[in-house]
Design a protein around this ligand. Sequence first.
Ligand code: BG6
Length: 485
Amino acid sequence: MTAPSPDPDLRFPSGFLWGGATAANQIEGAYNEDGKGLSVQDVMPRGILTPPTQVPTPDNLKLEAIDFYHRYAEDIALLAEMGFKVFRFSIAWSRIFPLGDETEPNEEGLAFYDRVLDELEKHGIEPLVTISHYETPLHLARTYDGWTDRRLIGFFERYARTLFERYGERVRYWLTFNEINSVFHEPFLSGGIATPKDRLSEQDLYQAIHHELVASAASTRIAHEINPDIRIGCMILAVPTYPLAPDPRDVWAAKQAERANYAFGDLHVRGEYPGYLLRTLRDKGIELEITEADRALLREHTVDFVSLSYYMSVCETATQEAPAGRGNLMGGVANPTLEASDWGWQIDPAGLRTILNDYWDRWGKPLFIVENGLGARDVLVDGPDGPTVEDDYRIAYMNDHLVQVAQAIADGVEVLGYTSWGCIDLVSASTAQMSKRYGFIYVDRDDDGNGTLARYRKKSFGWYRDVIASNGACLIPSPQDAAQG
Ligand code: BG6
């Protein structure tokens, strides 16, 4: 590891929350232990690539995942070794309410997260908890068609209240729904909606998201009643959308596509349906069932901060035939100026600065980058201290994105922290592969489920430790960034 060379222009505020992020279904395993019920993930052996199965099948890597359920202490110790200030994880709803519609929670499930929090506390790592990260209890999907049914609001409120009452003194930062805007693209994964996508109308999908938004506002109310110090954030899948050409029709197409994502942030932050969304609904002949009580909740219980995942940008065009972009659950067309990852996600560090500035200008709420990273095929090699991965490509990716975060902070944007996605290798959400790795820590398991599950430090492990220790001062701006300021 080269010694950090502090750069005075790259400043992160003191107290900046450096860390990493995960989700229960992608790390825990133990899918049927200690009273846990099934979640939608347990019947998605190929992620979003093929329709769900009727029952869990052994080829579903998430059933065991990386066995965090039994190895959490060892894993958290490794995160602490990197100097983590914050660790984002989700609580598996079906561990707490195995079916989702019971009245009493499962004590063994609650006790597991007590143990995780104990371990984090021991190492001085702040928890950041996602309440619902693509893991709706399967029973709610099959019996109620997931979030299309208004009754899920009540079930979610009970679940959230249980969490705030149990952990509300120990967990300050909470996120309600992971990437709420993804319901449109992946209704089963994101909204627990069992009806196949091609049989769902836009009316169904908007109504489902409306229910989630109301549930989010209702939980914000409950959280603040239980402990006013709790900070609730929304979570948006951020995809800056550029016009493919300067043609004004492309500019408008890009704006419309971007608004499809902004809309849900607008609702979370401003508490009312924005005019452009009302027009879209009108034009499509969609009439949502929105009660007065819904409106009051949305208006009065807006979020405290905005969190986002950022992996890529896309282009839009209304004027040209262009190849479709491949990427994080969203469409768009490919940007001819950008390189892509092994999975075709286009890499655009500057897009992160752009979206941070846009969100800050629009909402004026503190921002938290809760996902960002490079999914890549790593090769384990022998190193002086044992097996390792020479993942310079990951270091370059993260360095370049973090430099853009520093630029956004210099632009005046308030950024609370940064949790890189999959800080320890985990099972991919979209493809359910192990070989799409994001971590600083290599986990010995392949796509067929073979491997010892041993953990090995990659080269990026030491690099991130230095970044955190220097509070970002060892990051290296590209010559272009240095000139641009
Ligand atoms: C985000 C999700 O969309 O992208 C994560 O919140 C997911 O759950 C991450 O893992 C990366 O996507 P993938 O498909 O590479 O796992």
